[in-house]
Ligand binder design. Structure first.
Ligand SMILES: [Zn+2]
Length: 240
């Protein structure tokens, strides 16, 4: 367990898109490490949009590479044997590319049940991230939660209300802008301690024209004294 005073920041970026290196450059600028969850043969991307092996190897020199299955299937909708094989094959392909073991995993679309947590553990991963948000306590290692997604979710209304201490104008700002919500969460994190986990997708940041928003958030959360910056895998190692 994390002691209340401990301050840990981690980030993760899903899918393995050709825009991931642009996102990694921003992380580097503010000295925030990232875990890039990559499905090397993601069927949801045009092959030209996938991050090629050379790009994955380059990312691996500065950030963590994590498993995200081979093809990005919706795990609960496919047979157990196919799910197990896709999880395993994705891990092997990435390990062959980067010449190193990978230990963190992320469920495609955050969809999984207890069969898949067992498969991921049996496959040799040490941690699995979900898409659960609004927490400073990641919880169980194979159902690790996050704090803020770099994307405006309409369902954030209640959270925005709470974070803005029920002041209407502040609430509407947090409701509309994920970067303001991220900063409000970061302020809470500085008061309470725990794990601040920001995650997203480079292709989504790009599609929404959110690069400047993301940079503002990284500028806000990076380079803070007393804060420990870790990859998702190092979270598992830290026993939190
Ligand atoms: Zn994904």
């Amino acid at each position: 367990m994390t002691s209340p005073a401990e301050l840990i920041v981690t980030t993760s970026w899903d899918d393995g898109h050709r825009l991931d290196p642009r996102l990694a450059e921003l992380l580097d600028r503010y000295r925030v490490p990232g875990t890039f969850y990559i499905a090397p043969r993601n069927i949801e991307f045009d092959p030209a949009d996938r991050l090629p092996a050379a790009g994955i190897r380059e990312l691996a020199t500065r950030h963590e590479i994590g498993g995200h299955t081979l093809t990005h299937p919706r795990l609960p909708l496919i047979a157990d044997r196919a799910a197990r094989e896709d999880i395993r094959a994705g891990k092997i392909e990435l390990e062959d590319m980067i010449g190193d073991a990978i230990e963190s995993f992320c469920y495609p679309r955050g969809e999984y049940d207890e069969r898949h947590t067992a498969m991921v553990r049996d496959c040799g991963f040490a941690l699995a991230r979900t898409v659960r948000r609004h927490t400073l306590n990641p919880g169980k290692p194979f159902e690790s939660g996050t704090t803020v997604n770099a994307y405006a979710h309409r369902v954030d209304g209640l959270v925005a209300l709470r974070m803005a201490r029920f002041r209407p104008r502040a609430t509407s700002r947090l409701f509309r802008h994920w970067d303001d919500l991220a900063k409000a969460w970061f302020d809470t994190f500085l008061e309470q301690g725990g794990v601040f986990h920001l995650w997203g997708h480079s292709w989504e940041v790009d599609a929404r024209g959110d690069w400047e928003r993301l940079e503002r958030v990284l500028d806000y959360i990076g380079n803070r004294p007393g804060v420990r910056y870790v990859t998702n895998g190092e979270l598992a190692g830290a026993g939190v």
